[in-house]
Design a protein around this ligand. Structure first.
Ligand code: 13P
Ligand code: SF4
Length: 364
């Protein structure tokens, strides 16, 4: 591998040559050596908006994971190219809801509610029996599925607004892929836990009785994030025992008992804002990805900021965006070659955009 300083220089030189033609977007979980080159840094909602806000750039280089680059491609102008420096940077949670399992589940669910899976018409009250909501962390195909069935996309920063939007239009919601974000959000809105059955695609009726499904308000798909699943109530109790004044903030992809035990939960941007609003001298335990926690600790040296998980666990796929890949795609662009383009087929993109536009228009 090439030494880091040399790579950094190569990135800077290619970026300078490409000028206004290029915009680099970086998710909060990216390593510092990549974030240093990003024109915008943000959570997944902010980065989707950033992709919309630069129509003059010929190329968007997305330093994040595959579903984020797909979203940028769907939302950006048709002539703009979106590049993911390493195409192997996926998201294991997004992979937990594949198109065929979702289609099969949808048919079974619609059959249970006595509605046509191809055309879930509103009832006399003007409401649908069920409507799909997908977390941004999902494939473009799944977003398109939502677009076709009256559904919508959410991120961790607008999940309750989106669920409210959904409940105005439907009696129930099928929420995927992240069971934890779905459960934490619906619980905060007052939905009782017994009305949030888990849907396991490997079991008949998702592992539920027909009665449970009739009573349901939110059907939770069986997905989770392997990074956020590591956080435990025990870690929070230990942090509080060691320091009763400690403040705890976690990402809503953490399991419900962890979110309940924390002082606050929020998207990566909300975590950043929470820490910025703390006072010098404050101690803050954070339940999210380590690259972000370490960067916040460096940014606010007058506060003690630490990760709740003692075993350092980065998001291994976010980490696949090595500066070496960034240097390579940029230098190829200088040479007139587009590599690692993420391009969603038009027949998928058109429906996925419907679901994304509904999210962008949904107001709190
Ligand atoms: P944010 O929407 O909070 O940026 O989260 C994205 C993500 O992948 C968290 O694991
Ligand atoms: Fe996916 Fe979890 Fe990584 Fe976020 S942190 S990109 S949800 S695997």
């Amino acid at each position: 591998l090439m030494p880091e300083p040399e790579l950094q220089e190569r990135i800077l030189a290619a970026k300078a040559t490409l000028g206004e033609e290029l915009v680099i977007l970086g998710h909060f979980y990216q390593r510092d050596e990549v974030i240093a080159h990003a024109d915008f840094v943000g959570d997944s909602f902010q980065l989707a908006n950033a992709a919309l806000s630069k129509p003059e750039a010929k190329t968007i280089v997305f330093c994040g994971v595959h579903f984020m680059a797909e979203t940028a491609d769907i939302l950006s102008a048709p002539e703009q190219a979106v590049i993911l420096p390493n195409l192997a940077a996926g998201c294991s949670m997004a992979d937990m809801a594949d198109e065929s399992s979702v289609e099969t589940a949808w048919e079974e669910i619609c059959e249970t509610y006595g509605v046509d899976p191809e055309n879930t018409l509103p009832d006399a009250e003007g409401k649908l029996s069920i409507l799909p909501v997908t977390y941004m962390n999902s494939s473009a195909a799944l977003k398109a599925f939502c677009g076709r069935h009256g559904g919508i996309v959410c991120t961790s920063s607008n999940a309750s607004t989106v669920l409210e939007w959904a409940f105005e239009r439907a009696h129930r919601v099928l929420f995927f892929p992240d069971q934890h974000l779905g459960r934490n959000t619906a619980k905060a809105m007052g939905v009782p836990l017994e009305q949030m059955p888990l849907w396991n695609p490997r079991k008949a009726l998702g592992g539920n009785t027909a009665e449970q499904l009739r009573e349901a308000k939110v059907l939770l798909w069986h997905g989770f994030c392997s990074v956020h699943r590591r956080f435990t109530v025990d870690q929070i109790s230990q942090a509080r025992a060691a320091d009763p004044g400690v403040k705890i903030i976690v990402h809503p992809e953490c399991p419900m008992p962890v979110v309940d035990a924390a002082d606050a939960a929020g998207s990566t941007d909300a975590i950043q804002k929470f820490i910025a609003a703390c006072a010098p001298g404050d101690r803050i335990g954070v339940g999210t990805e380590i690259n972000m926690v370490n960067r916040l600790a460096a940014q606010f040296p007058d506060r003690t900021i630490f990760c709740l998980d003692p075993v350092i666990c980065p998001c291994s796929t976010m980490y696949r965006i090595h500066p070496g890949y960034l240097a390579w795609v940029l230098e190829e662009l200088v040479a007139g070659e587009v590599h690692n383009q993420v391009s969603v087929e038009p027949e998928v993109s058109v429906h996925a955009k419907v679901a994304l536009d509904r999210m962008l228009a949904a107001k709190p």
